[in-house]
Design a binder for this molecule. Sequence first.
Ligand code: PMP
Length: 357
Amino acid sequence: MFTDKKIIHLGYSGAGYDPSPAVMDAIMESLSKINSYPYEGYDELEGLIAEYCNVGRKNVMVTNGGDEAIGIITALYGSRVLIPAPTYGEYAYLARSRGAEIRFSNSMHGDTYEVSFSDEELGWASLVWICNPNNPTGTIVPRATITRVLENTKATVVVDEAYYEFSGTSVADLVGSHDNLIILRTFSKGFGIAGLRLGYILASSEVINRIRNAKQEFNVSRVARAAGIAAMKSRSYYSERVEEAKRVRDDFERHCNSIGITAFKSNAGFVFVKFRDMGEMEYVHSTLMSNGLVTFGPSDSEFSGLSGPYVRIALGSKNDMERAKSEISKAVADYWAEKGRSPENKMQLQEPPEAEG
Ligand code: PMP
């Protein structure tokens, strides 16, 4: 990539804003004891998370990012893994690395992402993944779909709520009544500390104990633990930042739609865009890359089962997104000018399902 412009990473989706001042102070303070293991354990952090999620203290376990949880869950439950595609690539990547059998259930019907497993698929699986909201489409999986899956399979069902702070949608309240449910969350997105690697799972106390026995004793660092505790105590800071980020996201979606490329309605910290054809997508994606704007296209390993003229653009700061808007507009206009014709009318997306509380 050769450019004299500032490189902006809108590929991996972290947060387009800084951690709270309290989190930064806690990180700095934790460094004074960096020569010792985090031997005090994770009780305080897990207690704060339990309160945040409104679940019992025994229903929480912290992990080294959500990805650590995906690895342990796959090792314990994933001999036959059912994945609704397109979705987050780590489920298949870690299943494959452990020699699991994998089935992808095509969940993209035209322009609608809709999870609908057959009884046969649910009978076959030992582990089912549901990403809610889904990465990369940003779509909410309705609560009724999740309860139907939970009640029609003996498999362990993981609902990945990595983007919960953006969607406000959760099935955490079902943890008490469904022993086959695990919820996965992270501090990487709404709480903006992706670089520290902190996530957690919510599940029945039996499942939590089983997973606890399979993890490293000190899976979360002293620094990440301190940051997580401070983040749980700075929730109003974060909810304001998330609200601002959602406004920037919605403005970005409107911009895409106004220039004839189609943004899916996102419930997450990124925007999923469909171009008119593969030529336009490839031209814009590679032009953005050459100009220092990193985004994810369909062939990126971040996703499983994604094909077609799609690009996922993670939310950056307001300024980053202003630059992305103008670079995309210019690239789209240049592409059609080079082809010597104007683009056909933009495609209409079907309405995605309504978000639920
Ligand atoms: N789930 C989804 C849907 C994600 O997008 C990510 C991050 N890319 C994760 C889980 C894992 O997040 P982390 O390991 O940073 O906590």
